[in-house]
Design a protein around this ligand. Structure first.
Ligand code: NDP
Length: 275
């Protein structure tokens, strides 16, 4: 019987996940179907109960349900527990196992697809929401020389630093104090949601100087104010989050099916030039 999977979110109309997983299934010869479900706000659990009762094997989760999915699971991977959110579920009988592949997807896109090293480098991460939180451990495990975490609401970044104490060289800063920290970041990552509203995090002008890569987690937004600022400061490599999206999907696919699909062709098909 064909195994069923889906992505759930609200809204869900523009999701690329059915295309990505459909392509992975085709190239790996896996017999599965993959649909998009518009989950009712406040009705996540009932909708997932129904999907499981229909025999579903797994689910990807996008905004705004990552916390609901975390609460729904009865087993958590370390990355889901660290992120405090789930972007992927696997159903095995009564077991509902939660994973979070966003952080590893971001790391793989930067290191493997874009060829930018994190080990021994200075990384500046903007934002302390779900995406930044999920990325901290995979990035710290790469042994950066320093990972500076900046957030508008400083208390959120401070709480994260306490949680990840002893895991690596994590430094917390507010935006205003950032100008006083030495410049010379190698990688600057925008893990805020500012670009979704066409906004720019309040960065001092010097943070991009000498950087190899400016990475915007949002995708499909073209040259966001963050990427425009990086380009104006001479950063040569600019990327949006489409590669991260495909890489986290490949992690989910491998976890569900035990087969790792290659990602290059799907990323190429989904990439819109940043100009
Ligand atoms: P959250 O809502 O959990 O966190 C939002 C973060 O953005 C907070 O740290 C918030 O700061 C900060 N923020 C919002 N507006 C501004 C602003 N104008 N200036 C400075 N900081 C701001 O969002 P997520 O972590 O879930 O998502 C973050 C981004 O990552 C989104 O763009 C999302 O689309 C993208 N994403 C991409 C994925 C991919 O596969 N490519 C996967 C997951 C997310 P404060 O705490 O101070 O309010």
């Amino acid at each position: 019987m064909t195994d069923r999977y889906a992505v759930i979110g609200n809204p869900i109309g523009f999701t690329k996940s059915p295309f990505i997983h459909g392509t992975f299934a085709k190239v790996t010869g896996q017999d599965l179907s993959y649909e998009a479900i518009e989950g009712p706000i406040g009705g996540f659990a009932a909708r997932v109960d129904q999907f499981r009762a229909e025999g579903a094997k797994g689910l990807n989760i996008t905004a705004p349900f990552k916390l609901d999915a975390f609460a729904y699971a009865n087993e958590l991977s370390e990355s889901a527990r660290r992120a405090g959110a789930a972007n992927c579920l696997k159903f095995e009988g009564d077991r509902v196992i939660a994973e979070n592949f966003d952080g590893i997807g971001l790391l793989r896109d930067i290191t493997l697809n874009l060829g930018v090293k994190v080990a021994g480098r200075r990384v500046l991460m903007l934002g302390a929401g779900g995406a930044a939180r999920g990325a901290l451990l995979p990035f710290l495990r790469q042994d950066p020389s320093e990972l500076v975490l900046v957030n508008r609401m400083l208390s959120k970044a401070v709480a994260l630093a306490e949680e990840f104490a002893g895991r690596g060289p994590l430094i917390v800063s507010g935006y205003a104090e950032l100008a006083d920290l030495a410049e010379g970041y190698d990688v600057v990552i925008n893990a805020t949601s500012a670009s979704l509203r066409g906004e720019m995090p309040p960065l001092p002008g010097n943070v991009f100087r000498g950087a190899e890569l400016a990475y915007e987690l949002a995708y499909g937004k073209g040259l966001t104010p963050f990427l425009q600022a990086a380009r104006a400061e001479g950063v040569a490599k600019l990327a949006d989050g489409v590669g991260m999206l495909v890489e986290q999907a490949a992690e989910a696919f491998s976890w569900w099916r035990g087969v790792r699909p290659s990602t290059a062709q799907v990323i190429a098909e989904l990439t819109v030039p940043l100009s």
